[in-house]
Design a protein around this ligand. Structure first.
Ligand code: APR
Length: 230
């Protein structure tokens, strides 16, 4: 029985056509974080923020999983043990590929959240600031996305899983955003073997016991095949 925890970031979805944040020409080169990914930005200009996520939701709806997403779903199905995917991604490509145990620590594009009563429901493809909450009726709906300055979801469950992990793998993330960037240290502290799979060394590459560099669609299936052969 092996316990594997996998952290994924925007790099795993790059070859599915979804842009990353910090690569050249990435989302944060085109938009200011303060404007589109903070509660203050939403309070100042909800139309701008909703337009940003409406466009991303429409793009994600058209995207298909790539070989990396499928390899992780296969690993979950065939592994003699437990596999948990903790994703920073707000797309649904892990689920589309067939993965079952997936925690979205930064929320989901397909989710809507009421700013007044915390009710959650499925977001329509196009959200509008006049949309009323189906539970309390207030016109205070927002994307169910964890913005900068907000607390990521599922942190207790993630801490539990990291404390029991035999293997921790970080895939396609720059290691620039906390608390996810610290998961490698937590897993290492509890004795996990730590692996980075990324296009290039991330900010925290030196904290991993093992690193492999290349496109996710190649290096993830190769690692999964080795893991299943053991
Ligand atoms: N295969 C593997 N890795 C790739 C690929 C690819 N084809 N393309 C890019 N990468 C790598 C980049 O080298 C980079 O290290 O993916 C990483 C993407 O980093 P970021 O753009 O910073 O994305 P991520 O780490 O997911 O960002 C974390 O920041 O703004 C927030 O909430 C947002 O969840 C996001 C968080």
């Amino acid at each position: 029985m092996t316990n594997i925890v996998i952290l994924t970031g925007a790099g795993i979805s790059a070859e599915s056509g979804l842009g990353t944040f910090r690569d050249e020409g990435g989302l944060w080169a085109q938009h200011r974080i303060e404007d589109v990914a903070t509660p203050e930005g939403f309070a100042r200009n909800p139309d701008l923020v909703l337009a940003f996520y409406n466009a991303r939701r429409a793009q994600a709806a058209e995207a298909s999983p790539n070989a990396a997403h499928y390899a992780l779903a296969e690993l979950e199905e065939k592994l003699d043990g437990n596999l948990l995917i903790v994703t920073q991604n707000v797309d649904s490509l892990h689920e589309k590929a067939g993965s079952k145990a997936v925690l979205h620590m930064h929320g989901r594009l397909n989710g809507a959240l009421c700013g007044a009563c915390d009710h959650r429901w499925d977001a329509p493809i196009t959200m509008d600031k006049s949309d009323a909450c189906p539970s309390c009726g207030a016109p205070t709906t927002r994307p169910d996305i964890v913005w900068f300055g907000e607390i990521p979801y599922h942190m207790d469950q993630i801490a539990d899983a990291l404390s029991q992990a035999d293997v921790f793998v970080s895939i396609g993330t720059s290691g620039e955003v906390y608390p996810a960037a610290n998961f490698v240290a937590e897993a290492d502290h509890f004795g996990a073997h730590t692996i980075e799979l990324n296009l290039e060394p991330s900010a925290g590459a030196s904290r991993f016991a093992e690193c492999r560099f290349g496109p996710a669609s190649e290096i993830v299936p190769a690692w999964v095949a080795e893991e299943l052969a053991q």
